[in-house]
Design a binder for this molecule. Structure first.
Ligand SMILES: [Zn+2]
Length: 275
């Protein structure tokens, strides 16, 4: 899944790789995939993108957005974005393929669910997109202790669990169920803990953990459970994930647990993260 840290990594790599390239061929919606959302009609992508030059890429929340003259090309959630020097290794299934005049390619294929889009700049009317753009990134200066305290002390979130508070409703864009696990492990908080029971000190730890954990993930080019633009795993070794479940916690030696909660998996250490 593309979350904040992967969006930043992909955006950096795209800026280093495809800026200035001119799109010569577009294949949209090649493979049917039920849980792919297309922004704009994919039948129009060919007309909209033909001969456009890639200017730059930005990221916000869990979105990666490429600017190509008057056009925007957008990716989110479970999109695997890969760059290929030539077509010898491209995957059979894909939802968007852009070939450049030098025959290199950018291929987007959706795993489970994800969004792919192409539209004229400033013309996408989508709340999820707008919110992700407008709210401060948890890595920005605007996302300070005061801002976070306002979020967590809001009356309507007191009955939520920490997982629901942090990873739903785009309260913190780009902070999803993936990066959440290590943020909570580092803060020594259980995902099911109710917000109302979090002390002042724990709030401070949680705030610090959001900043420190995400910064470390970004500095190491994303999590090792995700792949980058070239198909390589990130260098951040994820502590709480499918790779570590059943293993011993590096802090206390307890066995790392997995359970299902709110339509997704949670991973936690029963020794470090008590309710
Ligand atoms: Zn532990």
């Amino acid at each position: 899944m593309i979350e904040l840290t992967e969006a930043i990594t992909l955006s950096k790599q795209l800026n280093d790789t495809i800026n200035g390239k001119i799109i010569s061929k577009i294949i949209a919606a090649h493979t049917k995939q039920k849980l792919t959302w297309y922004y704009g009609n994919p039948q129009n992508y060919q007309r909209l993108l033909h001969k456009k030059k890639i200017d730059y890429t930005t990221s916000f929340g869990g979105f990666v957005e490429i600017s190509a003259q008057t056009m925007k090309i957008l990716f989110r959630d479970g999109v695997n974005l890969r760059f290929f020097e030539n077509q010898s290794k491209i995957p059979e299934k894909h939802q968007l393929l852009l070939e450049f005049i030098d025959h290199s390619m950018l291929v987007a294929s959706v795993q489970m669910y994800g969004g792919v889009g192409c539209f004229i700049r400033n013309e996408l009317d989508n709340t999820y997109y707008t919110v992700a753009k407008e709210k401060p990134s948890p890595l920005s200066k605007e996302f300070d202790k005061e801002y976070f305290t306002r979020l967590i002390r809001g009356g309507h979130v007191q009955n939520l669990s920490i997982k629901a508070f942090l990873a739903t409703e785009q309260r913190i864009p780009g902070l999803g169920n993936g990066v959440l696990q290590d943020i909570l492990f580092n803060a020594k908080l259980h995902p099911k803990q109710k917000i109302t029971h979090i002390s002042e000190k724990q709030t401070q730890h949680l705030f610090e953990s959001i900043k420190a954990t995400l910064t470390e993930m970004v500095n190491k080019n994303g999590r090792d459970t995700e792949r980058d633009l070239f198909g390589r795993p990130g260098e951040y070794r994820t502590k709480m994930c499918k790779n570590t479940v059943g293993k011993r916690c590096e802090i206390c030696g307890s066995t790392i647990m997995k359970s299902n909660y709110m339509g997704g998996s949670i991973y936690f250490c029963p020794g470090c993260q008590t309710i």
